[in-house]
Design a protein around this ligand. Structure first.
Ligand SMILES: Nc1ncnc2c1ncn2[C@@H]1O[C@H](COP(=O)(O)OP(=O)(O)O)[C@@H](O)[C@H]1O
Ligand SMILES: [Mg+2]
Length: 330
């Protein structure tokens, strides 16, 4: 993407449900490759969606960078390309910290409480990171008794999680997104410093549209609501900062024309006018529209998918029209 990548993937260290983790030339750093796979309910439900890894990578990088700019220590180093980011290689604390602003999901199931209740102050929960046990909820006493983390580490994780919540909540509200809940992982470097690790994306957060309450996260996959990738795209569209130095300007030349077989009255009128002017060789005329759009976008691929969406949402009536377009960087 923005910067050249001198880092090399040396060896696959770990392949998880959503990412591959690679060793690099530098033992203190790792490369994350975000995969297109989607899993839910501890991987009992699985699917693959082309382009998902790119979106979770870009969204996660944006959030981690935002937190870093607000002095939250995170493992993020830099974005390498659409599917890779460079991170500090850490020793992961085997706990998942969940912050909840609104009741939903397993909380409602477990406690029989209604969905959509505002939780003020937010709830902070710890889960043991253990796939075989299905990531069970643990209390601070469990954490201490079994040495999953020390008391100061628990305090630090809680403090950072609540700060992350405040920052993301504020930031997302401005984009029309309600931060319902999210999961964080933490890791330590050799000196014992704690960093926010792993990812922050629609795979690990719940995002609702503020007004419609439409789900814009992995719940669409969990509950078979459809349009999973479109929801992730929507989050990326709302958070992407188009003024970033790595965004470029593109021109799209779009042609919209009537489908073969659809009566083209304008074309017919032009054809008969041409005939009356003596252009008897004209056999048929079809009239279409030419639309020129200039836009900024972080990548050519992104610009193409935005233009496609514009055509489908507004510019083209797909009952009677077809379209094609060319994109050029300007
Ligand atoms: N900075 C880091 N250094 C080393 N490992 C990390 C770091 N951040 C996250 N991890 C771990 O890397 C793995 C990422 O892959 P993922 O697909 O999320 O795995 P999982 O299926 O275990 O959730 C996770 O196990 C996560 O705990
Ligand atoms: Mg994971």
């Amino acid at each position: 993407m923005c910067e050249g990548d001198e880092m090399n993937k040396i060896k696959l260290i770990y392949e998880g449900k959503a990412k591959k983790v690679y060793e690099t030339d530098d033992p203190t750093l790792a490369i994350f490759e975000y995969k297109d796979s989607l899993t839910a309910f501890n991987a009992q439900k699985k699917d693959r969606m082309q382009g998902k890894g790119r979106l979770t990578n870009l969204i996660s990088a944006t959030f981690l960078k935002l937190l870093q700019d607000k002095d939250i220590p995170t493992h993020f180093v830099k974005l390498l390309d659409d599917n890779h980011q460079l991170v500090k290689r850490l020793k992961i604390i085997p706990l998942e910290v969940v912050v909840r602003n609104t009741s939903t999901g397993s909380l409602c199931k477990r406690l029989g409480v209604k969905e959509g209740l505002d939780l003020v102050p937010p709830l902070v929960e710890f889960y043991l990171k253990n796939d075989e046990l299905g990531d069970p909820l643990v209390t601070e006493d469990h954490i201490r008794a079994f040495g999953f983390a020390s008391k100061p580490q628990v305090e630090k994780m809680k403090e950072l999680s609540l700060k992350v919540n405040e920052i993301l909540h504020k930031y997302l509200s401005k984009k029309g997104i309600k931060l319902v809940d999210f999961k964080l992982e933490f890791g330590m470097d050799d000196e014992g410093n704690i960093f926010v690790a792993d990812e922050i994306s629609p795979d690990t957060c719940r995002f609702w549209d503020i007004t419609s309450k439409e789900r814009l996260d992995k719940d669409r996959f969990r509950k078979d609501l459809g349009n999973v990738l479109e929801a992730y795209e929507e989050i990326w569209r709302r958070i992407a900062d188009w003024d970033k130095s790595c965004s470029a300007e593109y021109r799209a030349n779009i042609l919209v024309y009537l489908k073969e077989g659809v009566l083209d009255t304008q074309g017919k009128a032009v054809c008969s006018s041409l005939h009356s002017l003596g252009y008897d060789e004209v056999k048929n005329v079809r009239v279409g529209k030419y639309i020129k759009i200039t836009l900024t976008s972080p990548s050519q691929e992104d610009a193409a998918s935005r233009i496609k969406a514009m055509c489908e949402d507004l510019l083209v009536n797909d009952l009677i029209e077809e379209y094609s377009f060319e994109l050029e960087e300007i």
